[in-house]
Ligand binder design. Sequence first.
Ligand code: SF4
Length: 370
Amino acid sequence: MVGPVPVGGGAPVAVQSMTCTRTGDAEATLAQVRALAAAGCEIVRVSLPTAEEAPAFAHLVRESPALGNATDAESSAAPRVPIIADIHYDWRLALAAIDAGAAGVRINPGTMAEKHVREIVRAAAETAVPAGSGEADVPVAIRIGVNAGSLPRDLRDRAAGDAPGALVEAALRWAGRLDEWGFSAYKLSVKSSSVPDTIAAYRLLRGRSDAPLHVGVTEAGTVWSGTIKSAVGIGALLADGIGDTIRVSLTGDPVEEVRVAWKILAALGLRRRGPDVISCPTCGRTEVDIVGLAEEVERRLDAEPALAGRVITVAVMGCRVNGPEEARHADYGIAAGAGEGVLFDHGERVETLPEGQLVDALLARIRAGA
Ligand code: SF4
């Protein structure tokens, strides 16, 4: 459990992201946590680079929005989105984060002395975090987050020829320590910016550990290229049944990370959140601006909270040849051609409308079907 969120053991794959505001700017960071939660983020990681920022971190923990529905934040009984602290080098910051109410800490033990990792584990085990909904409190969770860029000194040579092997060795070394110390509330990650290395490392790790795995491709790049790398890397692993929480790392707005993560889960049929707009690629038969129509439908569905949470399939098709058949199989759909289009509702042809009225009519139909 990461606070109220189950991780591993057959639980649904949880979506994580990380804030990119200055943690000390409590209001800006809280606004980002709320935006992430509204987009479907279930675990939010926040860096804690200095002890001066611990009070702001504590504020975030207190004010974190309700899990699964950010508009419900007023309800004190609702489980809150758990906040995880990201710590490197300074073990005392991990203790400060635990003290401030963190549901989890992500540490890279290779950057710390073993006795200090032991201190963190002891504090995590002794600190109770609410799991919400009448459940018993849980300990602070720990992620042993190994990265290709920060391996322990003795594994760096091995990494040059066998990066996956070195990553896994580092993770297992620390997992073994936590096992010896009797601490089981941990998960592992072995991220690399190389997609093949990431896939190979997690496959190797899955064969050698039953611990829950946090999966991602680190430093994946901009929204465009990072989305592709993440979809390939995370997608390949999830398709193999590997991965209990995921984070898409993008150089951009973290809300985009959450949107991409949900798209990956939906594409694999693992979890759905919000509408899935399917649209044709257009071809020489296309007689309307199908690109504009599809983008407008997606944007307007996203912008309306009551619709953004509906698990529906909406088809936007560009002609009368294949379009009607595809649109018929979706929950709602339009098949447009020659300045007009047909509106479909659960396979039924509803009416033919001018192109300019199609999107309004489609959205009205979806709203009415709530
Ligand atoms: Fe072309 Fe029609 Fe297929 Fe769209 S649905 S790609 S317009 S044939």
